[in-house]
Design a protein around this ligand. Sequence first.
Ligand code: FES
Length: 143
Amino acid sequence: MLYSEVVMDHFMNPRNVGTIADADGVGEVGNAKCGDIMRIYLKIKNDVIEDVKFETFGCGSAIASSSMATEMIKGKPLSQALTLTNKAVAEALDGLPAHKLHCSVLAEEAIKNAIKNYYDKNGIEYNEEQFKESAHEHGHCDI
Ligand code: FES
């Protein structure tokens, strides 16, 4: 079986799908190769992610990764959400096939972009290092 039961569950019943009209931070990333797009909406109070929603125009692995990633950061402080890696998301999904690992990178980067958007909008200082493009493998999107 190519996909784990956890992946199938999150793909068939994705958590936190939708938008937040008065979001405090919005982040969007796209994969240039496959054209898949992910958007994350955050509601933030006292540096804690009170609510999170996502929209993904993408493959099943991208949907499952976003669903899992949003579950992992909901109710967590921003500092903790910033440390979420695509590896941790893939592990929580009981693994992704090697050629689908890049799909989980979208979730990690969209979350970081949304937090950066929140910091920028509110004039909160941050360390650019935390938002550097990580050295993930980008690009190959062989569906
Ligand atoms: Fe493009 Fe999964 S994100 S194929």
